[in-house]
Design a protein around this ligand. Structure first.
Ligand code: SF4
Ligand code: SF4
Length: 117
């Protein structure tokens, strides 16, 4: 992970997997309660382990490498993944390449959605 001031972390011992964070995110960003359109996702692995799917601002981002049109970059200083809509073809290759499931595309979106914290 890059050294940035902002991030979101999950304390697995306190998370009840209620998904309210996902619903809240979708309400704020998509103006509707739809967990499938949330930028962050909580994944329960087993009784004790819960993972947070969110952009890790990789030092060597697989999403950037995968993009055939160079539309995506991890913006230094901003601490976010940035996609230039005019260069994005919505091919989804970055979505498949991200090891943290941080990028999402759904019908109707022109560019992948990613958490900007
Ligand atoms: S979107 Fe995925 S691959 Fe790209 S910087 Fe974030 S975590 Fe890394
Ligand atoms: S969906 Fe857009 S940003 Fe992602 S790989 Fe395809 S062209 Fe690049």
């Amino acid at each position: 992970m890059r050294n940035t001031e902002k991030t979101i972390t999950l304390q697995g011992d306190k998370c009840t997997d209620c998904k309210i964070c996902e619903l809240t995110c979708s309400a704020v960003r998509e103006r509707g309660f739809n967990r499938g359109k949330a930028r962050l996702h909580v994944e329960r692995q087993d009784l004790l382990k819960v993972l947070l799917d969110i952009c890790r601002l990789c030092a060597h981002p697989a999403c950037v490498v995968a993009c055939p049109t160079h539309a995506i970059e991890v913006a230094d200083g901003l601490g976010i993944v940035s996609i230039t809509p005019a260069d994005c073809t919505a091919c989804g290759l970055c979505v498949s390449a991200c090891p943290h499931k941080a990028l999402r595309l759904w019908p109707g979106r022109d560019v992948p959605a990613v958490c900007d914290l």
